[in-house]
Write a protein that binds this ligand. Structure first.
Ligand SMILES: [Zn+2]
Length: 63
């Protein structure tokens, strides 16, 4: 299983920069996969989808 840091680095390369929304998004995505019993290494698209949803929700909450 990837570490939190590895997932953040992956999110940074996808998103383009490091921001607080990404750290929270990665934590929420990891928690979501764990809750659903899914392995992020086996389900990378599900991980990125959960991460995207969290970042979108956080962005809307901030505005
Ligand atoms: Zn950002």
């Amino acid at each position: 299983m990837r570490t939190f840091r590895e997932d953040v680095e992956r999110a940074v390369s996808y998103h383009g920069h490091l921001c607080s929304g990404q750290c929270i998004g990665v934590k929420m995505a990891r928690l979501g996969l764990k809750t659903l019993g899914l392995d992020p290494d086996v389900n990378p698209k599900t991980f990125m989808s959960l991460w995207n949803v969290t970042v979108v929700l956080l962005t809307r909450l901030e505005s």
